[in-house]
Design a protein around this ligand. Structure first.
Ligand SMILES: [Zn+2]
Length: 303
């Protein structure tokens, strides 16, 4: 069974919409690249499902990036979902600590209450009107769903509820969102729909979320509701790293620094945090990097 899909739905005649996501192969590709104990792994999976869900609610061409900046054994957790459905994720452990196998989420990322949660929208094409935007809030809640719900509240976005679950094989999630009813028009024929849908979704067990494919879950939960589903959109694992980008990063370090690294380690190896791909640069490659810079057509760097 393979369902790397996100599906939108509406409740006809109401102001409630939703998204449901299931990540199988895509999630296993991410999970297999990080050696994490269960709580950390399920947190990364839930954050991945949440990023796909939130990204699906936006009309936005670019990357949605969710970050947990932790003050405990997990220093950083990052999930990036692009509007074309490409997903990647990574975790940085704090140096000198290890992630306890049985720790709760709060102990991992909010030990001293200094954890932060951030959402960034990075447009694919940047210009005057399209600049990256970031919202950042204190880490509040005992689960990814709660933290994200608080974030939506604090940033005065649409009332949103999330139900998330992740294990080694699958990450899944359900999102419900209450749409605005502006100026008295579009008054929903069914004003109780939000509470009813929320109550139904609250009956959802994590095990059910992980067990059933999205279409079946929707049927089970909202079988008595006038649900209208839309085409599912695919999600896939993918990383935007490249040898050229790593070369650019080495150039930024400067020739002295790179030579310093080479003296300790030849070739220089840079490993992508997201996909684990290794890029190697031997002394000849490194020399070429800086030779290109000197002879390259960059008038600004000549004086
Ligand atoms: Zn990569």
């Amino acid at each position: 069974m393979n369902h790397d899909l996100v599906r939108r739905f509406l409740l006809d005649g109401t102001a409630v919409r939703g998204e449901i996501v299931s990540l199988d192969d895509c999630w296993r590709q991410i999970a297999s690249r990080h050696d994490l104990p269960p709580v950390a792994l399920s947190t990364l999976g839930e954050l991945s499902a949440a990023a796909v869900l939130l990204s699906a609610t936006l009309k936005f061409d670019g990357s949605l990036i969710m970050q947990i900046h932790g003050d405990g054994p997990i220093a950083l957790m990052v999930v990036e979902c692009r509007s074309d459905g490409r997903l990647r994720a990574t975790v940085k452990e704090r140096e000198g600590t290890s992630i306890p196998a049985d720790a709760q989420l709060g102990e991992l990322v909010n030990r001293q209450g200094r954890g932060r949660f951030a959402v960034t929208l990075d447009p694919r094409v940047r210009n005057e009107n399209r600049q990256p935007w970031q919202g950042i809030v204190p880490f509040e809640g005992d689960s990814v769903a709660e933290v994200l719900e608080h974030y939506m509240q604090r940033s005065e976005q649409l009332p949103t509820r999330l139900w998330l679950a992740a294990g080694p094989e699958r990450a899944s999630g359900l999102l419900l969102q209450q749409l605005p009813t502006e100026g008295g028009r579009d008054i929903p024929a069914d004003p109780d729909a939000w509470n009813r849908m929320e109550t139904l979704a609250n009956t959802l067990e994590r095990s059910e979320l992980l067990q059933h494919p999205p279409a079946e879950l929707l049927k089970r939960l909202f079988w008595d509701e006038p649900l209208r589903g839309f085409d599912a959109r695919p999600v896939h694992f993918g990383c935007g790293c490249s040898r050229a980008k790593v070369a650019g990063m080495l150039k930024m370090l400067g020739t002295a620094e790179v030579e310093d690294i080479l003296s300790e380690r030849d070739p220089v190896e840079v490993r992508c945090d997201f996909c684990n791909q290794a890029y190697q640069f031997d002394p000849v490659d490194c020399a070429a990097l800086f030779r290109d810079t000197v002879t390259g057509d960059h008038p600004a760097s000549r004086h």
